[in-house]
Design a binder for this molecule. Structure first.
Ligand SMILES: C[S@@+](CC[C@H](N)C(=O)[O-])C[C@H]1O[C@@H](n2cnc3c(N)ncnc32)[C@H](O)[C@@H]1O
Length: 276
């Protein structure tokens, strides 16, 4: 028998959206052929006193969340394989357990960053992480100028943001990424971003509407390159063409392929891996 949920959740707006991505990973982990296979997410969902049913997240939505998470896992793992001594900055981590999935080596310093309320919930759910060597949490808005000073400045950094940047204003997001890139000696930046069209049509985004959140920052490859003269886009993938999407059941695959034919729709959500 499943244990009764013992952890009350009171998150609103952009903070509440982390429950949708968590649930997406949980649903994927229970699929016959999981994409990410994050069983921790399923365990966490069982412990939370929250109406996940209201998210109306089907297998297709869950696959989208899992594909995005897996792509960022792949990019981060590749970076860590090339850099024994590195920093990972995981911005707007929510309840994601990427550090557990990737199990980085002893030369890696890993920082999970999110709002204090979110970090408090993480500490309740994952108390064992406090003991993890090289791991630290930063309970702060990512836009606060103070916290980046806590990051090591002597080793390359992998900066990861999943489902975060669209919640920031363009000014805040740009300032944040420039501040981080200026603090570390170089590295990579991997994130997903929405287009301006996706921001204008956010009333169609069930996760955002459900949580009462607001999306602000829409951008494209030109906007990403403009972040810094030192930045170069290495990979730029539509969310509808993420590696692995071809393995989804035919109905989802066909829907993705057809919608990807409409340029405005294909570009609504894209994933970027950049070097700086
Ligand atoms: C869609 S959720 C994604 C969570 C996580 N990355 C995942 O994939 O499960 C958006 C996350 O961004 C965080 N977030 C949004 N604005 C933020 C800010 N200004 N500072 C810190 N975190 C923020 C929210 O608290 C939430 O955890």
């Amino acid at each position: 028998m499943n244990p009764k949920p013992d952890t009350k959740v009171q998150l609103t707006e952009e903070k509440e959206t982390l429950l949708a991505t968590l649930y997406g990973r949980a649903v994927d982990s229970r699929a016959k052929k999981p994409i990410l296979g994050d069983t921790t997410a399923a365990d966490t969902v069982r412990r939370l006193d929250y109406d996940f049913g209201k998210l109306r997240m089907g297998p297709g939505d869950a696959a989208g969340v899992a594909l995005r998470a897996r792509q960022l896992d792949v990019w981060t793992a590749r970076f860590l394989a090339a850099h024994d001594e590195a920093t990972v900055v995981h911005l707007g981590c929510g309840l994601d357990t990427r550090v557990h999935r990737l199990a980085p080596g002893p030369g890696v310093r890993w920082y999970d960053v999110d709002y204090p309320e979110v970090m408090e919930l993480r500490a309740t759910l994952y108390p064992e992480y406090a003991e993890r060597a090289g791991y630290a949490t930063i309970a702060s808005s990512v836009t606060d100028p103070a916290w980046p000073a806590r990051l090591p400045a002597d080793r390359p950094a992998m900066i990861v943001a999943e489902g975060l940047l669209m919640y920031l204003t363009e000014e805040d997001g740009t300032t944040l990424l420039r501040r981080l890139m200026a603090h570390v000696p170089g590295g990579e930046l991997a994130f997903d971003a929405f287009s301006r069209f996706a921001i204008r049509t956010q009333w169609l985004n069930r996760v955002v509407v459900n949580a009462g959140a607001t999306l602000h920052w829409g951008t494209d490859a030109a906007g990403v390159v403009a972040l810094s003269p030192e930045l170069e886009i290495v990979e730029n993938i539509s969310a509808l063409e993420i590696p692995g999407i071809e393995k989804l059941p035919t109905a989802y695959r066909t829907a993705a392929r057809l919608t990807a034919l409409l340029p405005g729709v294909r570009d609504m959500a894209r994933m970027y891996r950049c070097r700086f």
